[in-house]
Design a protein around this ligand. Structure first.
Ligand SMILES: [Ca+2]
Length: 290
């Protein structure tokens, strides 16, 4: 488990884990599946709730509006140091309206649900009598039975000149050539399954895992075999020390070799549990003895 790419120090060292058997959804949870959950439970996602002043004491009242982060491609190339050049908090953006109030999911019912916060995905998993996968389970599953490969399908990014996942081609973030066929999310199962028959373990949308994120967690697991690791007890991201985060895996349609590149099977991602955006979704796991 892990990744030797020098850019991803939080995914090092490579270490061994041993896992009990488990089931993992073949695909990410779709809009259609999430719609069923919401219809049965009247669940309201975090992005649909108006933020409360007590939770954001320094925010101006007029800024306390329900919404979510939406990717907007700048018209011209921009320096990659400031992600606010392509991320916008859009009022009214949520899982039903991925680009904002004027957008809808009518033609995207078989796409992954997005704009779901970690706690939304945990609520769905509980309703489905499932759970989120651990980070170790996700990586084991993503590797599809291959050992120490760069990607979830092998060592070549584009074997036989065919894209194996929905990522970004072209100049990030201003020009997406959509060589793989998709600017944004793709319908589930649009790319080949991996060795375990799982779809979109790489690309399309980031997927929440159950673990807290610590950049130094793998260093605590070196030189031994850890059985069923559940993640650290708390979170620490040196890049944002005061923000607790959960692990995300897989990368998304926004991952490019110029930025992010976290479509490597051992690479890690992270996000605030209350945050949501247009390129983060999830899938569920189940214990094998159920
Ligand atoms: Ca794409």
């Amino acid at each position: 488990m892990g990744c030797n790419d020098p850019a991803f120090t939080d995914a090092q060292p490579i270490h061994k884990v041993r896992l009990s058997g488990f089931w993992l959804d073949k695909t990410t949870v779709t809009n259609e599946q999430f719609d069923k959950f919401v219809k049965e439970t009247n669940y309201i996602t975090v992005a649909e709730r108006t933020p409360q002043q007590k939770d954001f004491p320094n925010a101006k009242t007029e800024n306390l509006v329900a919404g979510s982060l939406v990717f907007k491609a700048p018209e011209h190339p921009v320096p990659l140091g400031n992600h606010y050049q392509w991320w916008q908090y859009v009022q009214g953006a949520n899982w039903r309206h991925p680009e904002g109030p004027d957008s809808n999911i009518k033609d995207r019912m078989n796409h992954p649900v997005v704009h779901v916060a970690w706690q939304d995905t945990a609520a769905y998993a509980k309703w489905a009598h499932k759970r989120l996968p651990t980070e170790a389970e996700f990586e084991y599953a993503a590797r599809g039975g291959l050992n120490q490969k760069t990607f979830s399908w092998g060592d070549q990014l584009k074997p036989n000149d065919k894209w194996q996942a929905n990522i970004w081609q072209g100049h990030f973030p201003s020009h997406n050539t959509q060589e793989d066929g998709y600017f944004s999310t793709s319908p589930i199962g649009s790319f080949p399954a991996n060795g375990f028959g799982l779809y979109d373990m790489t690309g399309n949308v980031w997927q929440w895992c159950s673990d807290w994120y610590r950049a130094d967690y793998y260093k605590t697991l070196r030189n031994r075999i850890t059985v069923n690791p559940q993640g650290p007890d708390d979170s620490f991201d040196p890049k944002e020390p005061r923000v607790a985060k959960r692990v995300q895996r897989g990368g998304s349609f926004l991952c490019s070799d110029q930025y992010c590149a976290r479509y490597l099977v051992g690479a890690r991602g992270k996000g605030e549990p209350d945050s949501s955006s247009c390129h983060v979704g999830f899938r569920c796991a189940q214990d094998k003895n159920l």
